[in-house]
Ligand binder design. Structure first.
Ligand code: ZNH
Length: 147
């Protein structure tokens, strides 16, 4: 099981309580779709994703970015049981959506970059390490139900 120090817990809850989901969620997903274009294949139902401009102004992409970011709330509220918390979402991504689990890491890296850009110098190495630890645990949990 993953252990969290009191300091790590407060860092994580601080980041999320100051996060503008409606801004950061879309930016992270947009960045992922542009930088790793093969991730677009899962979103054909979202319409026009022809270029960076189309991706960044697509309302369905924005809405989904917000939804995914809210998906992280579950981990936040269940820090000591992240694996079980994502069991159902892991099955969904594996069996129904057929999302290659490598993509979870790509999106989490994009999220880290966007959060870093937002926080600037407040995103200290210690905060970065804790945030990336948190995302790594989520990514691992989301990949757990793949066979
Ligand atoms: Zn995912 C969906 C989360 C990643 C793809 N997602 C989803 C949802 C959620 C999530 C919450 C919803 C579900 C329901 O409805 O029930 N994701 C998530 C998270 C993450 C993710 C948390 C990480 C971090 N995804 C992802 C990726 C991808 C995806 C990476 C690809 C690339 N998802 C997806 C899809 C879907 C989802 C496709 C479906 C959409 C629609 O709407 O259809």
């Amino acid at each position: 099981m993953v252990e969290w120090s009191e300091n790590e817990r407060s860092i994580i809850s601080n980041i999320f309580s100051n996060l503008d989901y409606n801004d950061i969620g879309p930016k992270a997903l947009v960045r992922c779709l542009i930088v790793y274009p093969w991730t677009q294949r899962y979103f054909t139902s979202f319409g026009n994703l022809y270029n960076a401009e189309a991706i960044s102004t697509n309302p369905k992409v924005a809405a989904h970015g917000i939804k995914v970011l809210h998906g992280l709330d579950r981990a936040l509220k269940n820090m000591d049981n992240i694996k079980a918390t994502y069991a159902e979402l892991s099955v969904l991504h594996s069996e129904k959506l057929h999302v290659d689990p490598d993509n979870f890491k790509l999106l989490s890296d994009c999220l880290t970059i966007v959060v870093a850009g937002k926080l600037g110098s407040a995103f200290t190495p210690e905060i970065q390490a804790t945030f990336q630890k948190f995302l790594a645990v989520v990514v691992s949990a989301l990949g757990k139900q793949y066979h």
